[in-house]
Design a protein around this ligand. Structure first.
Ligand code: ADP
Ligand code: MG
Length: 349
């Protein structure tokens, strides 16, 4: 977990917009050759020889995050991660970001510093340059928009549209923990609202809460695939949930798929917490979302190269489009996949 350290409160209006920008960006040292000019002019100047990848995400307080249990430093970190994850999902390397924020006068300087501490940490950990942004006020709440820029050789870019029948479907890491982490945090919020003296009980859920508050984009997998000499035929990052993300791949590739319930990678804490909350772990893995793992397909010929790697789990295969998109259950039943996951799994009997 990240530490929040600032408790003081300095009004943003004391600094002014330019003072604030300088304060937040003064210490930046650009690392990439492609970053010719960063913060400080009318536009950043970048130079690339490869194909450019550009992706952006807008996060709105009350819609995408709840500051009653999301520390600002984590929010900054996560806002960068969700963008880098999209660059890695194209099989590229992320090189720069821009950060735009709108803040209401409810936030003191120290709050914005915490947000930027998370942003700068993410840039440092993932080797990305912060090269610009925009700062403005809002009447209410906090908005953050981050744009990530990356690069890839033309031959290396992986689209959602390249999956072929018989390809294997592979997922990285494990599934469902971030969603459960959110449920745990929501539950603690209710408890706290009922009794402000209650101590949060998060000991049994450390992995889940960490996955919700501090996700890591899978830059390591892009390197691993290079080392293994495997180029996926299609790829996406899991932001909405396995079910809706495999559907994106199938629709864009004009294929179908079979996923196997018994192959889903689940952390023991996910299994234990699903039992406690009486929800089905398969449903959580399918529909949970926010895992920021990579979901990709590979040619059957590449299976030997990935076999046994603890980061990678084969969870199914691609079939002809007319066979449809299905989950094959432990009981060997075929259930059609929907974007909401398998609704029948919502209730465990
Ligand atoms: P302009 O008026 O041309 O939009 P700004 O005064 O908004 O310029 O920004 C000045 C410089 O500071 C620019 O390089 C811009 O990219 C950068 N910048 C502004 N806001 C942020 C921010 N929140 N984070 C990082 N860089 C920022
Ligand atoms: Mg501006």
């Amino acid at each position: 977990m990240l530490e929040d350290k600032n408790q003081n409160s300095t009004s943003l209006s004391d600094l002014g917009e330019f003072g604030l920008i300088r304060h937040l960006t003064d210490a930046i040292k650009l690392k990439h050759k492609s970053s010719v000019k960063g913060v400080g002019d009318d536009a950043a100047v970048l130079h690339f020889d490869k194909q450019l990848l550009v992706t952006t995400d807008l996060l709105v307080e009350g819609v995408h995050f709840d500051l009653s249990y999301v520390p600002l430093k984590h929010l900054g970190y996560k806002a960068v991660m969700v963008n880098l994850s999209d660059v890695y999902a194209m099989n590229g390397n992320a090189t720069q970001i821009t950060v735009s924020i709108a803040v209401s006068n409810r936030f003191p300087l120290e709050a914005v510093e915490e947000l930027y501490a998370g942003i700068h940490l993410a840039c440092k950990m993932y080797g990305v340059d912060l090269v610009g942004g925009d700062t403005t006020s809002s009447t209410k709440g906090l908005l953050i928009s981050i744009t990530a820029i990356g690069e890839a050789n033309k031959k290396d870019v992986v689209y959602r549209s390249g999956a072929k029948p018989n390809d294997l479907i592979v997922v990285t890491g494990d599934l469902g923990a971030a969603y459960l982490g959110l449920q745990v945090l929501e539950r603690e919020k209710q408890v706290f609202q009922a009794n402000p003296n209650a101590q949060p009980e998060l000991d049994n859920y450390t992995y889940l809460v960490e996955r919700q508050l501090k996700p890591e984009a899978r830059k390591d997998i892009i390197q691993l695939l290079k080392d293994l000499e495997v180029k996926p035929t299609s790829m996406i990052d899991i932001s909405d949930g396995l079910s809706s993300d495999i559907i994106h791949i199938c629709q864009q590739s004009e294929v179908g798929c079979n996923l196997y319930e018994d192959k889903f990678p689940l952390d023991p804490q996910v299994i234990a917490t699903c039992e406690e909350f009486n929800i089905d772990a398969t449903m959580v893995a399918l529909s949970g979302g926010e895992d920021y793992e990579l979901l990709f397909t590979i040619s059957l010929d590449d299976f030997d190269k990935i076999k046994g790697n603890p980061n990678l789990t084969v969870i199914g295969h691609i079939v002809d489009k007319n066979e449809g998109m299905h989950l094959v259950t432990r009981a060997n039943q075929k259930v059609e996949l929907t974007a909401q996951g398998w609704n029948a799994l919502l209730k465990k009997d």
